[in-house]
Write a protein of this length. Structure first.
Lengths: 276, 236
């Protein structure tokens, strides 16, 4: 077995160790590699930035712990941005695994930013039936959410008193690890004209670019890179930016492995043809 | 370095390591963590759905409806919850082979109602708006002679990309759709166009693969951040 064949049959556990080191080392000793912002993320930032203070933002936390490392950093960044601009935030959850995450993030960030529950933000909790819930908000929030997560009737919550439906919401942002953005576009945007932005996992980001082209979404935050870009735009470095060094190192390693693997494969094939 | 004193952080860290141990090889620790996850998830989702779906949409209306009926208040709208309740129970007839055919009623009703709700929204979002967006962007045609004129007037990379991106997108859509057109044999001109479609498809798959690698690495970063920060206290 020559060197190329040995490379093609390398024990994959060595690759795992190198990938782990590629993540651990930059996390302990950050390299501070530059992160540039992209138009889809800048558009979400601008859409929030252009809202007059006091305009409610609907933030739907539509993900569960399996996609938390990618989506929580962007949820935190968007929430910080809204609170810093005095934009009241209505938080809903359409994924059954999301209420705990949304509660933890809203509690933590509201304390950090000095936001008051019921005045600066409200947590309406989880409702089953994403399509029906999104459609019902077009009529009135009270149809699906007669009370908030803590069972307080929403008519008793100061923030919600004058808010009826999408007409009173400046921007809806869905953070999703599945197909919820499509449902928001199909019902909230197409039927009620609601402006939609989405934060999605990197796996799904490529699927949503057509919605940017058509203007059905005002912007898109894709994966941990998107979260890092948003953190850079609001000038609040956090988990997104901290993870970018590791992300870059591992990507370079993956590219290197793909190149070396293909080169080795070509040489092995060539040697086999010669032998034949 | 300061280790966490939170018992839940320790449990999460140990379970994370149990899952990671699969990278070495399958073992009882991995199996334990995997089965625990499946069991806890099933229990969690059952409780969530019971309290967020069954109780508010079925049990509470029925309790109110029958309460009113038995206290002489007559029939109320709450009793309409009987209809979806019975349809839901009918689906369970699949468990009894002799009357399993009854479940088709409920499934047929569900499919019909769901399609009625979905078709218009998705037709607009996925078909009409996407066709429009292929040719028009921000009320300007994607295939723009003006942009090409700008490029030839003062050539530059930025203007070249702007001028080419629109026509390239139209070409990509047409060629890719041709690849999926099976009523004509893919030979000659049609075959050539379909091959160009394959190139666009491969570029699309490549972009998706790149994003997928990023997503998986992000999950690893998230777990290692948890282990190094929340558990071991090595990073801030």
């Amino acid at each position: 077995m020559n060197l190329y064949e040995k490379f093609l049959h390398i024990d994959r556990r060595y690759i795992f160790i190198l990938v782990a080191l590629g993540v651990i080392i930059p996390l302990i000793w950050p390299l501070g590699l530059a992160v540039t912002t992209s138009p889809p993320v800048e558009n979400v930032y601008n859409a929030v930035e252009e809202l007059p203070p006091g305009t409610p933002v609907l933030l739907s936390v539509d993900y569960d712990p399996s996609t938390q490392p990618e989506l929580s950093p962007m949820t935190v960044a968007v929430l910080r941005h809204c609170f810093s601009r005095d934009l009241p935030v209505i938080i809903t959850v359409l994924h059954p695994g999301g209420p705990g995450l949304a509660l933890e993030i809203s509690d933590r960030i509201s304390k950090e930013m000095g936001a008051v529950y019921g005045e600066d933000y409200v947590f309406l909790g989880y409702k089953v039936g994403s399509s029906a819930v999104i459609l019902s908000i077009g009529q009135n929030f009270r149809v699906s959410f007669p009370a908030d997560y803590f069972n307080t009737p929403i008519d008793e919550i100061p923030l919600m008193k004058d808010i009826q439906n999408y007409d009173d919401v400046g921007l809806a942002i869905t953070m999703s690890g599945s197909t919820f953005p499509e449902i928001w576009v199909a019902y909230a945007h197409e039927r009620y004209g609601q402006r939609i932005a989405a934060g999605v996992t990197a796996v799904m980001a490529a699927d949503y670019y057509p919605f940017l082209q058509t203007g059905q979404m005002v912007g898109l935050i894709g994966g941990l890179k998107g979260a890092a870009e948003y953190e850079k735009l609001i000038n609040r470095p956090d988990d997104g930016l901290k993870g970018m060094d590791a992300q870059t190192i591992v990507h370079l390693f993956v590219v290197l492995m793909i190149l070396l693997g293909n080169i080795a494969f070509i040489f092995v094939q060539r040697a086999k043809r010669r032998e034949a | 370095m300061h280790l966490s004193t939170d018992i839940w952080v320790w449990i999460a860290a140990i379970l994370t390591l149990c899952i990671f141990s699969f990278l070495y090889k399958d073992n009882p620790f991995y199996k334990f963590a995997e089965h625990l996850l499946v069991g806890v998830s099933a229990g969690y989702f059952f409780v969530i759905y019971f309290w967020n779906l069954i109780v508010p949409n079925l049990l509470t209306p029925l309790k109110n409806g029958f309460g009113t009926l038995f206290t002489g208040g007559g029939f109320t709208g709450d009793l309409a919850a009987l209809v979806p309740g019975i349809l839901g129970l009918i689906i369970l007839t699949r468990l009894i082979p002799k009357i399993a055919w009854m479940s088709r009623w409920a499934i047929g009703f569900y499919f019909g109602a769901f399609q009625g709700i979905v078709i218009t929204g998705y037709m607009q979002a996925y078909i009409l708006a996407q066709i429009y967006g292929t040719f028009i962007k921000a009320n300007n045609p994607v295939f723009s002679l003006a942009l090409m004129g700008d490029f030839f007037g003062a050539p530059g990379w930025g203007k070249a990309l702007l001028a080419v991106s629109g026509p390239l997108m139209i070409l990509g859509v047409v060629c890719t759709l041709t690849y999926f057109f099976f009523s004509t044999e893919h030979k000659g001109f049609v075959g050539g166009v379909a091959k160009v479609g394959i190139v666009f498809l491969m570029i699309g798959f490549g972009a998706s693969f790149g994003y997928t690698v990023m997503a998986r690495v992000s999950l690893l970063i998230g777990r290692l951040q948890f282990l190094l920060r929340d558990w071991l206290g090595i990073i801030s």
